[in-house]
Design a protein around this ligand. Structure first.
Ligand code: NI
Length: 168
């Protein structure tokens, strides 16, 4: 396994629209394993393929405390089953060091495929619901900073650009 480089805001590759996964082969399995390794190494709870510059509709998530409940979502979609919103201080491995409150539907029904291409459904609420919605946004080129005011987003952008220049 290997860890992959994570793209950081405002990298334009984070704005690409991801394409559906059609091949459930060993290359996909390797990508999934490497994405988990990358997510755990970075102490994240979710990672979308977009963030490692692979523009396929694939997410890995583990919201468990002991980091022992890996979940894979391929070609995921969801419908809101409760309009009520939950607020979380969201962070993102592509926006390192920043946490901001975002509201999203509290309870959703998710449809996706597992690593073998088998379809499944689940009801998600709380942090899992938020995490799945945040990660699906990545596949559509959207980031949690898009929910903030322009001013806040610009501040985050200039701070990150400054750090990226330093480490370049
Ligand atoms: Ni993210």
């Amino acid at each position: 396994m290997a860890t992959l480089a994570i793209l950081e805001f405002p990298d334009p590759r984070l704005r690409k629209q991801a394409a559906p996964v059609t091949q459930f082969d060993t290359a996909l399995g390797t990508l999934i394993d490497n994405m988990f390794e990358t997510m755990y190494a970075a102490q994240g709870i979710g990672l979308a393929a977009t963030q490692v510059d692979v523009h396929k509709r694939l997410l890995v998530i583990d919201v468990s405390e002991n980091k022992d409940s890996p979940q894979v979502f391929i070609n995921p979609s969801f419908e809101v089953i409760e309009e009520e919103l939950s607020e979380y201080d969201e962070g993102c491995l592509s926006v390192p060091g920043f946490y901001e409150t975002v509201s999203r539907p509290r309870k959703i029904k998710v449809k996706a495929m597992d690593r073998d291409g088998q379809p499944f459904e689940l009801i998600a609420e709380g942090i899992l619901s938020t995490c799945i919605q945040h990660e699906i946004d990545h596949l559509d080129g959207k980031l949690f900073v898009d929910y903030l005011s322009n001013l806040k987003r610009q501040r985050i952008r200039s701070k990150l650009e400054k750090e990226q220049r330093k480490s370049a």
